[in-house]
Write a protein that binds this ligand. Structure first.
Ligand SMILES: [Zn+2]
Length: 935
């Protein structure tokens, strides 16, 4: 199409853009000045050239607002152009993390209205900083302002009258996260200009924001990813403007472990980026936490379609709608098309970075603007390609002006939309400052009072559970989320039962009561709801940790004597007796793989049947450690670290057993999708379990059985069979991901001379041979597609019916082979976390037909099925699902002997993020018993 574009636009056309913007100032009437004819920007003076530069990089006048059409000049504070040599969002420029942070420090050095502090560190050691902006008085007064929001956050120590007194002189704190998703590249550029504008502009609107609000900007929430993406741009994308022909736009890693999932970490706080924002939150108590994302045209302001999380206060759910509608109205009134709200996500699950606010009585919200990833200006079309964007094209009550269908789009356009939106809501916040603070206080007050007046009144986590390590981990996670936990100082008798002294108790008369109930109760997602959830619908901690937490509705629990926990819980095991043989009772402890690694130099045997020793019953899976030099000291260390109990016996029991040979463990991470496998690596690293990282090229090189005994593969959120085989398309030739002087961020955590091509058929043959030669392949979640549909094993097929829908729920399964080592520690059944993975089937004998090729081979042996979905009672333990009857009885775990080895395929992932700790053993069991899986 032949549309005018910036590079080719005539001087005349550019002048027309500027003129139309200047006219816009008068029309909007927000920047009013009696001298508008001489200087429409008064009282500001534009930095020379800024109006023209912004117009040049804006592709159409309607993609710009008067507020951001110029950069105010300052004699003392350096503008982005003075520091970087170009305006924020200039075509073809992507700023690295250190430059962004350095610029913020430069403004802080020159302006009394801005301060920079460090709030955390990333996995690769980069700093995470916070920019604080207010007028001079506000910056001088930060300690008092912070104390005020902290007091408002705890209604137990701040009465409504005292709150009103504080509100009169406090300020709402409005916080922005830029650059969380590293391939959404615009917001860190936008943040540069927003910070500068807020610091120096004398527009009445900006002055009011400075005087009535504390603005916090995290200019680069995930600096590790930012640098990798910036290097990637300069390495592979710079100068390329045919959008549809661009090679892969993102490096294979952002953070050391994950990319998209950096924004699914609110409950577990696994990563530095999350911990920094949570620490910031509990220091400043922001009224609003606002994430900036770039996946939808042209500006979608979030609040979720519903169903809303049942524990959100109604004040929150109506205030965030009000805020979004303000933005839609403000930008639409300025003539900017494609600004809309509501119909995106659901706001039932709150596991995103901004959720720290929603989970702690503030408002979490965000934008999706339209990002190109590449800072080059390109032609974009929303229609075609079958993306969800196509469904965002209609005019609706929540979308008054839909986005155009095809247009030219620049980084500056994106910056214009984000910054105009941000200014509109800061303007709104300045005008609703006291109301916002009152609602913040009232939300916390309501949450606390619910715990005083409504059931449940507490949760009790009994001491002495099967895995004290997981109990401690769950308690510490609650504490890490600022949920107050105590310990019973006397036995407690209530309607729900008797709980021993020493048990943990979460009394709900506390400000974060709503979040406590949300994470301690199973979720009930209305699965028949017409809107498909955006992400997981189960996150209950007791379910995920496999820990008993009793809900207490008996009001007497309020008076239960308990002392608050002041420090994290440390679980400890013990070693009793002096051997010479030691026994470890398998009660499903998570730490058995870590323990086996710590005891690598010792012989460990695993009982294949239950046995009794003295007065203790040992189930199958229990450990027998024969007499060995130095064993006792090693067990002391393991029991201390991993909370495992070892008891001595005069001799080994008379029971069938096998050697628990520690395998050489391999983790095959395809370059095409490192995200969900990052959690596997994260978990192994945390537990200090060594493994060999296998890249696609390592798999292609073959000889795998010479290197490793067990390979873990999967689960993958999105990678389909074709992508699992062929990987990243080599459309632009080989793509190296190596550290070089020019691209120093690349090569972490693992380098490659070429990330394209996947394992290919050569790699599949190498995997087949690995199993033939005695290796064990463990495929998780969607990784099982490769095994079951890619032809590594025969006789399994994808079930024909598609009514099954399990969007991240905790579901029951039953062990058909309760004596299989994978079942050790679990009894007859358990529940596991299941994403919406494909459903599989073993063809039945009567289904044999001439046109079913896999049936001609004869049906697969049902004995390969270790466990099937369903169990006593409803299948859903937490979350929600559709098509329960269609899933029930279908395989959940297969173990297929193949050649001298095995393929074990899980129809779910035993490691999903860091949420389903009680499922880990299902994977550890296959690793610990790899050499003794039944033939
Ligand atoms: Zn995003």
């Amino acid at each position: 199409m032949n549309r005018p574009v910036p590079g080719r636009r005539s001087r005349q056309a550019r002048a027309a853009v500027v003129a139309s913007l200047v006219a816009g100032f008068a029309a909007v009437g927000l920047f009013t000045s009696s001298r508008a004819a001489e200087n429409p920007y008064a009282p500001d003076t534009p930095e020379p050239g800024s109006v023209e530069a912004i117009a040049r990089d804006t592709t159409e006048p309607r993609f710009l607002s008067p507020w951001v059409a110029y950069v105010p000049a300052s004699a003392t504070v350096p503008s982005p152009t003075k520091r970087l040599g170009h305006i924020a969002g200039a075509a073809g420029e992507l700023t690295h993390a250190a430059q962004i942070q350095g610029y913020m420090r430069a403004i802080a050095a020159a302006s009394p209205r801005l301060r920079v502090e460090t709030i955390g560190k990333t996995e690769e050691g980069r700093e995470i900083v916070l920019v604080v902006i207010a007028d001079e008085a506000g910056i001088r007064d930060l300690a008092r302002l912070k104390a005020a929001t902290a007091a408002l956050a705890d209604p137990r120590r701040t009465s409504p009258e005292e709150a009103e007194r504080l509100i009169a002189t406090a300020r709402p704190v409005y916080y922005f996260n830029c650059g969380l998703h590293a391939d959404e590249t615009g917001s860190p550029e936008m943040g540069l200009e927003l910070a500068y504008r807020l610091a120096v502009s004398e527009q009445p609107m900006i002055r009011a924001i400075r005087e009535r609000v504390l603005v916090l900007i995290n200019p680069i929430a995930e600096p590790d990813g930012r640098d990798k993406v910036a290097d990637w741009f300069y390495r592979y994308l710079k100068g390329k403007t045919d959008y549809d022909a661009l090679p892969r736009m993102s490096p294979p890693y952002w953070n050391r472990y994950v990319y998209v999932d950096i924004n699914r970490d609110a409950h577990q706080k696994a990563f530095g980026a999350t911990r920094a924002v949570h620490d910031m939150f509990h220091d400043w108590h922001p009224t609003v936490v606002h994430d900036l994302h770039e996946a939808i045209a042209l500006l979608q302001t979030w609040n979720g379609t519903g169903p809303y999380n049942p524990h959100l206060d109604p004040i929150v759910t109506s205030q965030f709608l009000e805020m979004s509608f303000h933005e839609v109205t403000a930008l639409t009134a300025m003539g900017m098309p494609g600004v809309w709200t509501w119909d995106f996500g659901e706001n039932f699950g709150l596991h995103y970075l901004d959720s720290v606010a929603m989970n702690h009585n503030s408002i979490g919200r965000g934008y999706e603007t339209f990002g190109n990833t590449t800072p080059e200006t390109v032609d974009r079309s929303i229609l075609g390609g079958g993306t969800e964007q196509e469904t965002y094209m209609t005019r609706e009550w929540f979308r008054p002006v839909p986005p155009p269908q095809a247009f030219r789009w620049s980084m500056r356009d994106n910056v214009n939309y984000q910054q105009t939106g941000a200014l509109s809501i800061l303007d709104w916040s300045a005008r609703h400052a006291q109301e916002m603070l009152r609602n913040f206080y009232r939300t916390g007050y309501n949450s606390w009072r619910k715990g005083v007046t409504e059931k449940p009144f507490a949760f009790v986590i009994p001491d002495g559970q099967d895995d004290p390590l997981r109990v401690a981990a769950m308690i510490n996670r609650l504490r890490d989320q600022k949920i107050e936990v105590g310990r019973l100082t006397a036995d407690l008798k209530v309607a729900e039962g008797t709980f021993r002294r020493g048990s943990f108790i979460v009394k709900l008369d506390q400000p974060y009561r709503n979040y406590a109930v949300d994470v301690l109760e199973p979720q009930r997602f209305p699965a028949e709801s017409p809107s498909i959830p955006y992400d997981d619908v189960s996150w209950a901690f007791p379910v995920g940790f496999g820990v008993i937490a009793a809900r207490i509705d008996d009001e007497r629990v309020k008076g239960a004597p308990a002392e608050p926990l002041k420090v994290d819980v440390e679980a400890r095991g013990q070693v009793t007796g002096n051997g010479p043989v030691f026994l470890l009772r398998d009660s499903g402890q998570e730490a058995l793989l870590a323990a086996r690694v710590r005891l690598a130099r010792f012989k460990v045997e695993i009982a294949e049947k239950a046995f009794r020793n003295g007065t203790v019953d040992y189930p199958a899976g229990s450990w027998i450690l024969p007499r060995q030099d130095g064993l006792r000291q090693a067990l002391d260390a393991v029991s201390r670290e991993l909370a495992l109990d070892f008891r001595s016996a005069p001799k080994g029991p008379d029971v069938a057993r096998h050697d628990a040979a520690l395998p050489r463990l391999g983790v095959w991470v395809p370059w095409a999708d490192t995200d969900s496998m990052g959690w596997i690596r994260y978990t192994l690293d945390r537990e200090k379990v060594p493994f060999t990282y296998l890249r696609d090229e390592d798999v292609r090189a073959g000889g795998l059985k010479q290197k490793v005994d067990v390979i873990v593969y999967g689960p993958f959120a999105r990678l389909e069979l074709q992508g699992q085989i062929h990987g990243i398309a080599p459309t632009a030739g080989p793509m190296a991901y190596t550290r070089t002087p020019e691209f120093p961020s690349h090569g972490e955590p693992v380098a490659s001379d070429d990330i394209t091509g996947g394992p290919g058929f050569v790699g599949l043959e190498a995997i087949r041979r690995f199993v033939e030669e005695g290796g064990v392949l463990l495929t998780l979640g969607n990784g099982s597609t490769l095994a079951l549909e890619g032809g590594l094993v025969r006789g399994m097929r994808r079930a024909a019916d598609s009514e099954v829908f399990t969007p991240g729920s905790e579901l029951r399964l039953t062990f058909d082979r309760a004596d299989h080592p994978i079942a050790y520690g679990y009894g007859a059944g358990t529940s596991v976390f299941r994403l919406n993975n494909p459903v599989y089937d073993v063809p039945m004998r009567w289904a044999t037909m001439a046109y079913c090729t896999s049936c001609l081979e004869g049906p697969a042996d049902r004995r390969f099925v270790v466990s099937t979905w369903g169990g006593p009672g409803p299948m859903v333990v937490s979350g929600g699902m559709r098509g329960e009857a269609r899933l029930k009885g279908r395989p959940a775990i297969f173990d297929v002997p193949q050649g001298r080895g095995h393929v074990v395929a899980y129809n779910f992932s035993p490691i999903h993020r860091d949420m389903n700790r009680s499922d880990h053993r299902l994977l550890w069991n296959a690793i610990l018993n790899w050499s003794a899986l039944p033939r």
